[in-house]
Design a protein around this ligand. Structure first.
Ligand SMILES: Cc1cc2nc3c(=O)[nH]c(=O)nc-3n(C[C@H](O)[C@H](O)[C@H](O)COP(=O)(O)OP(=O)(O)OC[C@H]3O[C@@H](n4cnc5c(N)ncnc54)[C@H](O)[C@@H]3O)c2cc1C
Length: 328
């Protein structure tokens, strides 16, 4: 029992970035266990071909179910697909992304299989032939190493932690027959944020603003910084500014917002309350700009700039533009 199953998350018929991260995590685990990586998706007609590209990230067997009903997220069909595969194959582990959809699906599959679930994991390894994972606890203030008493070990991986790695899998593609009915949960409609706008949870660089920004009209300062940092950068916000109606809830980072783990997190005019830190402290590099040297955000920051953000941010933006050769 050494094979690992990964959920290939789709939006419509497009693979989401987290699907490649999940398969990368599954590949790492399977390599240590000496097994194969299987992936499964449930999507609209034509989506299977896209999912088959996960062979380039180490998928050995690719199970896809296609149906016109599967254009939107279809948790009932997905649970049936996972149950079918778990009944057929003896998996050591099943991996999901801890994306919004993964957070909905993983507990459903865990309940159906009667297994526990380790959520938001940030690391995984094998000890004595069994998966052991690391996951944050107490609002990210501590990390727990968690083992599993039964197989398969179910886990969801925090987005942006497992950077996709190319690795050739054998990529055998098999079609699954999955019933669209009965339906107990129907998703409709799906409201997406502004067209083409990068989701803060998926961005590799995040610039977040807090109450120190003093009002919604000052956000162009942060938009300029996002622009200077280039593609892959998104805007985030503290809850204080979302509650004030300055920014949409989709941008909120923290315990009651989104958990992000980008390469670079720039906190501008954010004090660093524990509930905010819970959403960003696993970021790779944290930069804090705050006029209060005692602000708790400096306790987690790799680089801190003590100063007035209205002076610091334009200068920083200009310097980044110069370095990137965008003028200035
Ligand atoms: C159950 C619960 C859940 C919560 N969930 C979340 C959550 O998900 N996310 C979240 O963010 N919060 C959350 N909170 C709220 C959290 O406790 C804080 O109230 C909030 O994070 C504060 O936001 P802030 O840092 O923007 O504002 P403040 O705490 O008011 O900080 C503003 C900062 O800006 C600095 N500043 C002001 N002017 C300037 C300037 N000109 N230049 C530079 N710096 C300046 C100040 O020194 C200060 O540090 C939650 C609270 C509770 C109780």
């Amino acid at each position: 029992m050494s094979d690992v199953l990964a959920y290939a998350e789709l939006r419509g018929s497009q693979l989401r970035g987290v699907a490649r991260e999940t398969v990368t995590g599954a590949r790492r685990l399977a390599d240590e266990l000496g097994g194969d990586v299987h992936v499964v998706s449930v999507g609209p007609p034509g989506s299977g071909e896209e999912v088959a590209s996960l062979a380039d990230y180490g998928a050995d067997r690719i199970f896809t179910a296609e149906d016109g009903e599967f254009g939107a997220y279809h948790p009932d069909a997905l649970v049936r697909a996972f149950q079918y595969l778990a009944d057929q194959e003896e998996y050591a582990a099943i991996l999901f992304p801890a994306s919004a959809r993964g957070k909905d699906l993983a507990p459903r599959v865990a309940a159906r299989l009667g297994r526990g679930l380790a959520t938001e994991i940030t690391d995984l390894e094998v000890e004595d032939g069994e998966p052991v994972v690391t996951r944050p606890t107490y609002a990210d203030k501590a990390y727990a190493r968690v083992g599993f008493t039964e197989s398969p070990a179910l886990m969801s991986i925090r987005p942006n932690v497992f950077i996709p790695e190319e690795s050739q899998g054998s990529g055998e593609h098999e079609e699954l027959e999955v019933d669209a009915d009965p339906v107990r949960t129907r998703v409709s409609p799906v409201e997406t944020s502004e067209e083409g706008k990068l989701d803060v949870a998926e961005a590799s660089q995040v610039v977040s603003g807090g109450r120190g920004m003093q009002g919604p009209d000052n956000w162009s300062l942060l938009e300029d910084l996002v622009d200077a940092l280039g593609p892959g950068t998104a805007l985030g916000a503290s809850r204080a500014v979302v509650d004030a109606g300055w920014r949409p809830h989709a941008e909120q980072v923290g315990q009651t917002g989104k958990v992000v783990s980008p390469n670079l997190y720039v906190a501008v005019g954010i004090s660093g309350a524990i509930q905010h830190l819970a959403g960003m402290r696993t970021s790779n590099v944290i930069v804090a700009i705050n006029k209060d040297p005692e602000a708790p955000i400096f306790d987690v920051a790799d680089y801190g700039i003590i100063g007035d953000l209205f002076e610091v941010v334009p200068e920083l933006t200009e310097e980044i533009r110069k370095i990137r050769g965008d003028g200035g």
